[in-house]
Write a protein that binds this ligand. Structure first.
Ligand SMILES: [Zn+2]
Length: 1108
């Protein structure tokens, strides 16, 4: 779970798991404060970016704040898909391998730094101190790559291992990791991951985790379950806050209440629910529902099936997250036993990182570890390697599909290999990672390009190389494949791999990949993810298998060795043998065919109902009465607030610890050739970050839905002189990445929306000229002539939107509501919502019928954008590099047309305001309700941030998630437009959730709150507002504030309002919220049966739209 802020709210709610969708790189923490202010805007921009991989798009999670990744969008990482997060995960990568797929940046965690406290450097020998606390030093190394001293200790009594990493990074990180290999698919590790954070010995409240979300300054707070391990990481820049977080986490994992409290297991895992003996029994449970959502998504089913088929003989052959069909087989006894065995110091690996005192770390740990004796857990938790097959295997699986479209063309096929029967050495692993990037890393990479250009499928599936488990795997395939073409896809993949092995890669491709990887390693831009956490996940990827934890941190030598080998022997000599040995000649191959099955969802539902009916029939009246009583009791417990003394047990900062001023980002507003230029002098280690922003307001209304495809075409269509492969190679060789996406938001107090297209790029400052030349080339010279490629963009975008509808239905619902409430929302929905999906469906045919018309529309978009007057430049770098870059900016601007093309278009469109249900094949719902609260006369005050976060973390968390059984429930206030939205995520309910939303006003009016609680809410909000940001993210947020007219004075005023929030503000806010109950619009993305039932109960409440 992780999270904070505004988003937090979101997150939290969203929490846990996986979030796969979320996946892929979503982050909780991303949302920072400012974010609140910028959130909505971000959402819009993100939602509509065509470039982005699904993740970034629209999810209403932290993501929203992060701009799309600069590096080429990579394929989703499979294991991330398989990882379960308590809250939505941060938008970042991590991964044991070098971070090829790191997102460019994101607004990120918060920071209120405290001065470093390096007492150990001054005071005595560290070894003596270690000895005193019961540790022995195993090894000590200085890691140049991260300028850190790292010491590995062993706790003498229990054998617990500790990596203590010291450096000057204020964003301190702690993590404790247990090996937790499951034996079945009951989801024990996942349910435990949720449950241990629900109260412990020292912190006897319902959810200390949520209290930390509400009231700490954490820059990261979450927990996640892998197929073979469970991680509990926290981070903060404030030392006192950091140690508070560490203590709550240590107490949670070692002394959780869930092993004595059956009701926690029921709530987080599963239970039978019966409100009244005359009604039907149902299954409830947070993890149960979360996993139902996961098992409704075809890409997830594919990933799970592949993993289980590749590893039939070890722990990876089952699902650590839990299969909803199997979860109800789990008993409480098994659950407790699993905790007793594996959550033990002897089975733990612990990580500390940052500028705090290393001695203090050991002292804190010893207080916990000394309470245990050694156990044999670490022998029992070892993962056995899977032996290689002697011949390939084929598996056919069904996935739940809608009625729409031609089912014959909705097959998926994916080839998967287990690369080796043991872990690879670092050098081979690095080479394989490099090979993966060469084959699949960018749209121009040969394997990816050939598959997409074949016309055999809509989009790529399989994540390429996956190396987060004991043995590496490789997967690649297509979805949207016609029945008759499955074999052709398999042949094409095999042939292409063979051809790559025979012919090798073009030297420019190799150089581009090398530059991209090196840039990314040296920039070390982990976005919203704390750097220390990214290092921890890399280290743990080996350490967890009893290998050297230092080695994965030291990339420099193996990278240089690989470079040297490539230049001496040629890339073919390096990579061809790898393709042959690990893929072509490797018999451990699993081919998975997935077939759409329109009846699967209802069949699964029916089977579940039948089982529950049978159960009910077998029960006596007394049994039923008892079950109803237990259901009641559980709900009562969930809805009873924690007593104040228990709440006070969670340590909290005081308002005195909070700086009175917002975080300052330097900005100089200047002018070059008549164009406005913003400059942010920040220490970026010689990287130049720039955004070239074009106002979109003269674009014709009917061209808006083409904008995302226009952006993609600029990067992926090529010029007269350079085909798109060459263009992408140039970008890879000369820069750290370029991305293009639309950004839309309302502006407070103004009718007109803010709408721009942003070209975002980064490069070493010495290559500023190349960067601006490339941006110019992309904008002015790209030709919109490649019909075949454009057709692919359309099918890929359609596949991506369909995926988003299933996995991030809350984002789709939010966009739809916004589109009914304001123009900015309408624009955004045209470029990233259901309207966009409908546009793409129609466009697919039009590409063949009227390509000339489309091509000239793309040209028209370009003409209406490009002009010096329409342009704004934002730059972030060290001062001298900024000054040196100005001449290139000037040249770039000279090349732009000087006249504004057309005058401003008046956009004036909104969707009709009726309630809507978007029906999709799923087992869980996403329910939204929203209204513009400025229409009620409400005027923005800083307290609104505190209140909306509080509503999410208390009322909605308790009612929608805890007792409602949804994975998440939260609210979101777009302070620019005034739209306040309620949203739920993977929700078993529909109308019942709307009742909860409608009860919010009364909840606020009746709220009682002591000073401690209020202080906590304020501090938590400041934590969001002061999100920790790397320099590029600071420069980017400053740009967004400029575009949205948020001044420094306003930031200061809001901050003061936040700090002085009173209970009375909560009560006043109730009136504004009431408008949503009375006049709000409802949009749900939901399963057909629930919508039918709702329309019967509330006579035709929903207008129904079938989207898949
Ligand atoms: Zn979960």
């Amino acid at each position: 779970m992780a999270t904070r802020n505004s988003l937090t709210s979101l997150y939290l709610s969203l929490s846990p798991l996986i979030c796969e969708a979320a996946a892929r790189r979503h982050s909780l923490s991303t949302l920072a404060p400012k974010s609140q202010m910028e959130r909505a805007a971000l959402v819009r921009s993100l939602s509509s970016s065509s470039l982005a991989c699904t993740t970034r798009l629209f999810s209403r999670s932290p993501l929203r704040l992060s701009p799309p990744s600069l590096s080429s969008p990579a394929l989703p990482r499979r294991s991330l898909l398989r990882r379960h997060w308590r809250l939505l995960p941060p938008s970042s990568p991590s991964s044991s391998r070098l971070l090829f797929r790191r997102p460019f940046s994101s607004l990120s965690p918060r920071a209120i730094a405290t001065p470093p406290t390096h007492s150990s450097d001054v005071v005595g020998s560290r070894d003596d101190v270690a000895e005193k606390h019961g540790f022995e030093k195993v090894s000590e190394q200085f890691i140049d790559e991260c300028k850190s001293k790292a010491v590995l200790y062993k706790h003498k009594k229990t054998g617990a291992e500790v990596m203590s990493v010291s450096n000057n990074d204020e964003n301190k990180v702690f993590g404790i990791v247990f090996r937790t290999p499951p034996k079945d698919s009951t989801g024990i590790p996942h349910i435990l991951e949720h449950s241990v954070l629900c109260g412990s010995r020292k912190y006897p409240l319902k959810e200390p985790f949520v209290e930390l979300l509400k009231g700490s300054l954490n820059t990261f707070l979450n927990a996640f379950t892998y197929p073979d391990r469970t991680c509990y990481p926290v981070a903060s820049t404030n030392t006192k806050d950091f140690y508070n977080l560490v203590d709550v986490y240590l107490d949670a994992v070692f002394f959780p209440r869930c092993v004595e409290d059956f009701q926690t297991f029921q709530q987080e895992g599963w239970h039978y629910e019966l409100n009244n003996p005359s009604e039907d029994i149902s299954y409830k449970g947070v993890v149960f529902n979360e996993m139902k959502g996961v098992y409704s998504q075809p890409d997830n089913i594919l990933g799970r099936t592949a993993q289980q088929a590749l590893f039939p003989d070890n722990t990876y052959g089952v699902d650590s997250g839990g299969d909803p069909k199997v979860i109800p087989k789990l008993t409480y006894e098994e659950f407790k036993e699993f905790h007793r065995k594996y959550y033990h110091p002897s089975n733990a690996r612990i990580w500390f990182y940052g500028d705090d005192d290393p001695n203090e770390r050991l002292r804190i740990l010893s207080e916990y570890l000394d309470l245990f004796d050694a156990s044999s857990a670490s022998n029992e938790s070892r993962v056995e390697p899977q032996n290689l097959f002697s011949e390939p295997v084929r598996i056919v699986e069904k996935y739940p599909a809608g009625e729409g479209g031609d089912l014959k063309k909705k097959q998926m096929v994916c080839l998967n290999w287990l690369l080796s029967d043991k872990p690879l050495d670092l050098e081979t692993e690095l080479a394989i990672g490099f090979l993966d990037h060469l084959m699949l890393g960018t749209p121009a990479s040969p394997l990816r390009k050939i598959l997409l250009e074949s016309g055999l499928g809509e989009a790529i599936v399989g994540g390429g190389v996956e190396d987060e488990l004991l043995q590496p795997q490789f997967s690649i395939g297509l979805k949207g494949v016609s029945e008759d073409d499955i074999q052709k896809v398999e042949e094409l993949i095999m042939c292409t791999l063979k051809k790559l092995a025979d012919e090798g890669f073009h030297p420019d491709t190799v150089e581009a990949s090398m530059n991209t990887i090196e840039f990314s390693l040296r920039e070390n831009n982990t976005g919203s993810f704390p750097r220390g956490l990214s290092l921890m996940l890399r280290s743990i990827g080996k350490w967890i298998y009893d290998m050297d934890p230092f080695e994965p941190l030291k990339y420099e030598k193996p990278l240089m060795a690989l470079k040297a080998r490539i230049s001496e022997e040629g890339s073919k000599a390096v990579f061809s043998p790898l393709i042959e040995k690990f893929i072509l000649n490797n018999p451990h191959r699993v081919t998975i065919e997935m077939q759409p099955d329109p009846e699967k969802a209802s069949r699964d539902e029916a089977a579940e109902r039948e089982m529950l009916e049978k159960l009910k029939a077998s029960m006596t009246e007394e049994d039923l009465a008892e079950l109803a009583r237990a259901t009641q009791e559980l709900r009562l417990k969930q809805e009873t607030p924690d007593p104040p003394e228990a709440l006070r047990s969670v340590p909290c900062l005081s308002l005195r610890d909070i700086p009175k001023k917002p975080i300052h980002v330097p900005m100089e507003v200047g002018d070059i050739n008549g164009t406005k230029v913003l400059q942010h002098k920040l220490d970026t280690h010689n990287v130049l970050y720039t955004e070239v922003v074009f106002n979109m307001s003269s674009l014709k209304q009917e061209l808006l839905p083409l904008v995302p495809l226009f952006c993609q075409s600029l990067l992926e269509m090529g010029t007269k002189d350079l085909d798109f492969v060459q263009l992408n190679q140039l970008i890879g060789r000369k820069t750290g990445g370029i991305s293009i996406y639309p950004f839309t938001s309302s502006i407070r107090g103004r009718e007109d929306p803010c709408s721009h297209i942003i070209v975002r790029g980064k490069a070493m400052a010495g290559r500023a000229e190349d960067l601006f030349n490339l941006v110019n080339c992309i904008l002015q010279e790209v030709q919109f002539t490649d019909q075949r490629r454009f057709r692919q963009f359309v099918s890929q975008s359609k596949a991506r939107m369909e995926n988003r509808l299933r996995g991030s239905g809350h984002g789709i619902a939010a966009a739809r509501m916004d589109a009914k409430l304001n123009v900015a929302g309408w624009i955004s929905e045209q470029m990233g919502g259901v309207s966009y999906l409908e546009f793409l469906q129609a466009l697919e045919e039009k590409v063949d019928q009227d390509w000339a018309g489309i091509s000239s529309s793309l040209e028209e978009i370009r003409k209406s954008l490009l002009s010096r007057k329409n342009c704004l430049i934002n730059m972030t770098s060290d001062g001298i590099d900024l000054a040196n870059s100005e001449k290139f900016v000037s040249k770039f601007l000279d090349l732009l047309p000087s006249e504004s093309p057309v005058e401003k278009t008046i956009w004036n469109a909104q969707l009709s305001a009726g309630n809507e249900a978007i029906v999709i094949p799923t087992q869980v719902n996403y329910v939204g309700k929203a209204a513009n609260i400025y229409d009620t006369g409400y005027q923005l005050k800083g307290s609104a941030y505190v209140i909306s976060k509080y509503i999410s973390n208390t009322w909605l968390w308790d009612r929608v998630r805890v007792s409602g059984g949804a994975y998440g429930g939260f609210c979101d206030f777009d302070t620019h437009s005034g739209v306040f939205s309620f949203l739920s995520y993977r929700d078993p309910n529909l109308l019942k959730t709307l009742d909860v939303y409608d009860g919010t006003g009364d909840y606020l009016r009746e709220l009682e709150m002591d000073d401690d609680t209020l202080t906590k809410a304020i501090i938590g909000t400041i934590g969001d507002v002061d999100a920790y940001q790397l320099p590029d993210a600071k420069g980017y947020s400053s740009l967004l504030r400029y575009l949205l007219g948020v001044t420094e004075e306003e930031r200061q005023r809001r901050r003061e309002e936040i700090l002085s929030t009173s209970l009375n503000d909560f009560k006043e806010f109730a009136d504004a919220i009431e408008a949503i109950k009375d006049k709000g619009v409802v949009v749900a993305v939901a399963c057909p049966d629930d919508v039918d039932a709702a329309n019967k109960e509330w006579s035709d409440f929903f207008q129904v739209k079938r989207a898949l």
